[in-house]
Design a binder for this molecule. Structure first.
Ligand code: SAM
Length: 285
């Protein structure tokens, strides 16, 4: 096995790296927006890499996709209409559609090639794409939110790449103001918020910009994600109203009628507990 190649992603900002042992490269495409590569790994199934950054593997994407969707859905009283900005691998879309009471989910990714690659190499993530409640579209999420009808959505999930390149504009006040307008009064915004260990300043800036846009309540939930920098990730939920985002529909989550790999009511409670350094930095009671 010593001659088997590895794919490493070096994180310059954390001085660390994560790697997977590779069998071979399966595909590569340069879209108008980014370079997408697919590798077969020896132990984690297929791996999608965008512009050198690992996005998903077959074996461990469930941490991220389940926490990006179910935590917010069970924090909202009765979500009907959801928009996903980014999320082109379709894993978050699949998780949202596990909720029978959800009426519509629009996924708006800027890059059709990400979804075409996911259909080919991660078909299990795309198994709900033809659900009649799903709309899979390809456009800039910034423009999509700017043009969204006011108070038309219950939850917006920003499942984006890191805040560089096409995703840069998904992390600023102007975008959050458009999200604020598009949400109903009890609406929630959820954003992948990077590693609390490596990028706390980014979470602070993000929450600050969300507050400047009018959001009233915030909660950052940490969870494992082995293929992302430091292996430890987070999502941040922002509420349009002032409310306790640590309160969620626990009995419904405990009785969820669908299968997950990570999310359950107990893991949701666990993710609401923050380590001391996060509490100090974020002041989210
Ligand atoms: N889970 C991954 C992570 O946190 O690294 C993200 C996965 S998902 C594949 C990220 C998606 O965001 C990509 O498909 C990319 O095309 C999309 N994206 C980046 N900028 C965007 C924008 N401005 N509008 C819509 N989608 C965007």
């Amino acid at each position: 096995m010593s001659d088997t190649p590895w794919f490493y992603e070096n994180f310059e900002h954390t001085g660390s790296a994560i790697g997977f042992r590779i069998v071979r490269k399966l595909d590569e495409v340069q879209s108008p927006f980014q370079k997408i590569e697919i590798f077969e790994t020896t132990d984690f199934g297929n791996l999608m890499v965008i512009d050198g950054a690992m996005m998903v593997t077959t074996r461990e994407n469930f941490f991220y996709h389940e926490m990006m969707s179910h935590a917010a859905i069970y924090t909202h009283a009765a979500p009907k209409d959801i928009a996903i900005i980014g999320g082109g691998d379709c894993g978050t879309l699949r998780e949202c559609l596990k909720h029978a009471d959800v009426r519509s989910v629009v996924q708006c990714d800027i890059d059709e090639q990400v979804t075409r690659m996911a259909e080919k190499y991660f078909p299990e993530l795309c198994e709900s794409n033809n659900d009649p409640r799903a709309t899979v579209m390809f456009d800039d999420g910034i423009a999509y939110m700017r043009n969204a009808a006011p108070e038309s959505l219950d939850i917006i999930i920003v499942d984006s790449t890191d805040p560089v390149g096409p995703a840069e504009g998904l992390f600023n006040r102007a975008f959050y103001e458009d999200c604020f307008k598009a949400l109903r009064p009890d609406g929630l915004l959820v954003q992948q918020s990077e590693s609390p260990l490596a990028l706390m300043h980014l979470i602070q800036d993000m929450v600050g910009a969300m507050g400047d846009a009018g959001f009233q309540s915030f909660r950052t939930l940490p969870f494992p994600q082995p293929c992302y920098p430091t292996g430890w990730w987070s999502c941040t939920i922002a509420g349009k109203q002032a409310r306790d985002l640590a309160k969620f529909r626990l009995p419904d989550a405990a009785a969820k009628p669908f299968r997950t790999e990570y999310y359950n009511a107990g893991m949701h409670v666990a993710a609401l507990a923050q380590p001391e350094f996060m509490k100090r930095a974020l002041q989210q009671t």
